[in-house]
Design a binder for this molecule. Structure first.
Ligand SMILES: Cc1cc2nc3c(=O)[nH]c(=O)nc-3n(C[C@H](O)[C@H](O)[C@H](O)COP(=O)(O)OP(=O)(O)OC[C@H]3O[C@@H](n4cnc5c(N)ncnc54)[C@H](O)[C@@H]3O)c2cc1C
Length: 643
């Protein structure tokens, strides 16, 4: 008997002390965030402690399912893959049995509001337990996620477009996709997100699938989508081009012409039968994730339902972006946990040169770093999920109340800012660490790591896609860089003040660990300043001498992001690593304030983060000009020709 929740003390800590479940439950139950907890629904938990106990029980049951019914079959379902026959995809017997066992736990409605047949649990519970599923098998986790996740996306879209009616507390009285949501909650359907096309992945402005509004008032979508996870589902959220927005000066103009649609796979015919209107052209043969359908789809005038208004497709996609990145973050953590445990178990048994290999210094160092990293990542993921959920739930509360509430607005802004800061860092670091840890797991196994016998190579194959989907690592880095630098340029005084505070704490704090975290924060602001100075000096050399508070006016004129940001773009990934290291250190310091037992983790984290950040700072300071000059030279003939 294995239980992937019971055996994980760090994960369990987030169910007892590590997350503010009181705030999450109150937000989910439409109750005031302070004062006595007095639930208004008969089905709501009677107290926060009862809620925590219930969530722990659910996680325990999932831990047992993952440990006993999914993980033991992971090698078999990886070997068997999925079946593509006669234009349909289906699961082989074992995978079908595993996904059925997951469905029978009635988890698809875990976070769906009670009014729609769900359990109304906080999203944080879904995310934390998705780590448990992913540790057993990432493909099973992904397919599970395209049930509840799609139901909640339907709800979120409908709330945003105004087709959901709420009572004064924020409970749903009517919503556009109620039938579809109930079908998904019952485990009878799932959905998928269709964005990528053969010529457009990271560059969404190049999407070509077309949506046309017919004289009969029906939208129809035509085009191809590729790499669609669980694309054999019944409901497709499709981003398609409904407007022409040509502008040769603005490479992003193409984004404004996109709209979001819900496209059902089948059309119901008058004789009671149904016809497939979205063709499943093929199921990709991939390096890993073999038990997950990755579909290539064709739409040939498929009837579609517009979501929101024309041209708002990119905006609607952004609504899901943070949540989706948090989801991939937890998926990566599940895989990291599997890699650490597999490597540790092998290293404890394998003897080389007179002792088990976990006693050899280099291997011990790998294992120590892996153990520290997975816990640091979990702290970052828990922080991101908390603020993403609070931002969304309080926004729903504000929409329901309609009246002005500046305090609520401030709280929403603060949660959103924290979620936005944390999510690209989480997606970036968790995905990169998943690959690194899976590779180390193979290495620690030596020759047998390269065979299929122990499952280490499966982890590496499964991990390799993590830095690619849901926004590549490079795209996450560019977003983190853009957000960081533009925040400083918009509010330079706040940046200067924050740097000065950190410098003061680095010297004067009585707490040695707080001083160390503050020194890291100083290093982060030095990196940001360095990037800004170099970026700005490429545009305007004189800005170097000006105080940072005067940059805004000077820099806001005649800006060319392609040319002027070259230095920052070159170092975006290094900056992202520094930002992630520092944020995790800050979070672990906060955790230590709440629970002194977390000090040991903070110390371990700092031990590795400090030299890493110093190295990254030096790399940014000393490298890159030669390459940028070469790139500029290569671009010069092209831009002259364009003129
Ligand atoms: C298993 C799997 C499942 C997937 N599931 C889905 C799904 O459900 N729905 C969906 O819509 N899509 C899905 N995708 C597609 C995935 O999101 C894309 O593959 C991804 O966005 C990258 O796009 P691309 O493959 O076109 O690569 P490209 O965009 O061509 O990128 C190639 C490389 O260039 C880099 N690059 C691109 N632009 C820049 C830049 N400006 N600066 C620096 N580097 C850059 C990228 O980081 C990458 O390393 C899935 C893919 C896979 C493999």
């Amino acid at each position: 008997m294995a239980n992937f929740f019971e055996d994980n003390a760090d994960l369990r800590w987030y169910f007892t002390r590590g997350l503010d479940w009181g705030a999450l439950v109150r937000a989910s139950e439409h109750l005031p965030l302070t004062g006595p907890y007095a639930p208004t629904s008969a089905d709501a938990p009677k107290s926060i402690d009862e809620a925590k106990e219930l969530f722990g029980d659910i996680a325990r049951a999932i831990g047992e399912l993952a440990g006993d019914e999914i993980a033991p079959h992971a090698a078999e379902i990886d070997r068997d893959g999925v079946i593509f026959e006669g234009g349909e995809a289906r699961f082989p017997t074992r995978l079908e049995a595993v996904t059925k066992a997951v469905s029978q736990m009635d988890l698809h409605g875990l976070c769906v509001p009670r009014e729609l047949g769900g359990m109304n649990a906080p999203m944080a519970l879904y995310y934390l337990t998705s780590e448990i599923f992913a540790r057993a098998d990432v493909s099973v986790m992904a397919h599970h996620g395209f049930h509840g996740g799609m139901a909640l996306a339907m709800l979120l879209f409908s709330i945003r477009e105004g087709s959901t009616e709420l009572d004064a507390d924020g409970r749903i009285t009517k919503t556009r996709f109620e039938k579809e949501i109930r079908e998904i909650v019952a485990g009878k359907a799932w959905g998928c997100m269709d964005i990528t096309e053969p010529d457009a992945g990271s560059d969404m402005a190049k999407l070509r699938a077309k949506a046309v509004l017919g004289d009969d008032g029906v939208w129809r979508v035509t085009g191809q989508k590729i790499f669609i996870t669980s694309g054999h589902g019944k409901y497709h959220f499709v981003i398609a081009r409904s407007e022409d927005t040509k502008d040769s000066d603005d490479p992003m103009a193409g984004l404004k012409g996109l709209s979001m649609f819900l496209v059902p796979t089948y059309e119901d015919l008058p004789d009671g039968t149904r016809k497939r209107v979205v063709s499943l052209d093929r199921v990709e043969e991939k390096l890993g994730h073999h038990a997950s359908v990755t579909a290539a789809l064709s739409f040939d005038a498929a009837p579609a339902h517009l979501i929101g208004e024309r041209g708002q497709g990119f905006e609607y996609m952004l609504l899901l972006m943070n949540g989706a990145r948090v989801g991939v973050g937890f998926e990566c953590i599940g895989l990291c946990e599997a890699a650490v445990r597999l490597a540790e178990a092998y290293a404890r048994e394998r003897v080389s040169m007179g002792k088990t290999i976990d006693r050899h210094e280099m291997i011990a160092d790998y294992l120590d770093e892996m153990r520290t990293d997975v816990r640091g990542l979990r702290a970052l993921a828990a922080h991101a999920t908390f603020h993403e959920e609070m931002g969304q739930k309080l926004d729903l509360r504000r929409r329901a109340r309609k009246a002005e509430d500046p305090e609520l607005d401030r709280a929403i802004r603060s949660h959103r800012a924290r979620s936005r800061r944390a999510t690209p860092l989480l997606k970036y670091l968790a995905a990169e660490k998943a690959v690194e840890m899976a590779r180390r797991c193979v290495q620690i196994h030596g020759g047998v790591g390269y065979t299929t016998e122990y499952g280490a190579e499966k982890l590496l194959r499964d991990a390799m896609v993590m830095p690619i989907y849901e926004g590549t690592s490079q795209i996450q880095s560019l977003m983190a860089m853009k957000d960081t630098l533009s925040a400083v340029m918009k509010r330079p005084r706040a940046f200067v003040q924050r740097s000065a505070d950190a410098r003061m704490r680095a010297i004067s704090s009585r707490d040695a660990l707080e001083r160390r975290v503050a020194r890291l924060q100083v290093l982060e602001s030095d990196v940001v300043r360095l990037l800004l100075v170099r970026t700005a000096s490429d545009k305007l050399r004189s800005v170097r001498e000006a105080p940072i508070t005067e940059w805004v006016g000077t820099l806001s004129k005649n800006w060319n992001p392609k040319r002027d940001f070259a230095f920052a773009m070159l170092h975006a990934e290094r900056l992202t690593r520094v930002l992630s290291d520092v944020l995790i250190a800050e979070l672990l310091l906060e955790q230590r304030r709440e629970d002194p037992a977390r000090e040991e983790l903070l110390v371990r984290w700092l031990e590795r983060a400090e030299p890493r950040c110093r190295y990254l700072h030096d790399e940014i300071e000393s490298r890159g000009q030669r390459l940028l000059d070469e790139l500029a030279q290569a671009e010069a003939p092209a831009s002259r020709a364009a003129e």
